[in-house]
Design a protein around this ligand. Structure first.
Ligand code: SF4
Ligand code: F3S
Length: 111
């Protein structure tokens, strides 16, 4: 089992989640974070920290594509362990659904 970052994170990137992860398994893209499914220990403490409910347990169902996306980018993006400012238009994007088309494949700035 793992926890998974989903659609709602894109273009927001609040990063509250990274502060609580005991195994530092969040990885940073330009406009989204992902969790490495092989490193997550399923503690669940990150889930309630996300202001936009982007983090889901894989037991939710229907998340296969998101699990694959998290795994793919966790292999290439840098780890992030400290909170940074959310993206500039995060409040507007927090109200938006279906943001996958806006996902950047570029890495984030790292710690
Ligand atoms: Fe980290 Fe726990 Fe969240 Fe997994 S569930 S990403 S180990 S805080
Ligand atoms: Fe993204 Fe939520 Fe973390 S918006 S960066 S999953 S706190």
């Amino acid at each position: 089992m793992t926890y998974v970052v989903t659609d709602a994170c894109i273009m927001c990137k609040y990063t509250d989640c990274v502060e609580v992860c005991p195994v530092d398994c969040f990885y940073e893209g330009e406009n989204m974070l992902v969790i490495h499914p092989d490193e997550c220990i399923d503690c669940g403490v990150c889930e309630p920290e996300c202001p936009v409910d982007a983090i889901k347990p894989d037991t939710t169902g229907g998340l296969d594509d998101w699990i694959a996306l998290n795994h793919k980018y966790a292999e290439v993006w840098p780890v992030i362990t400290s909170k940074i400012d959310p993206l500039p238009d995060h409040e507007e994007w927090a109200m938006t659904n279906d943001k996958l088309e806006h996902l950047s494949e570029e890495p984030g700035q790292s710690d």
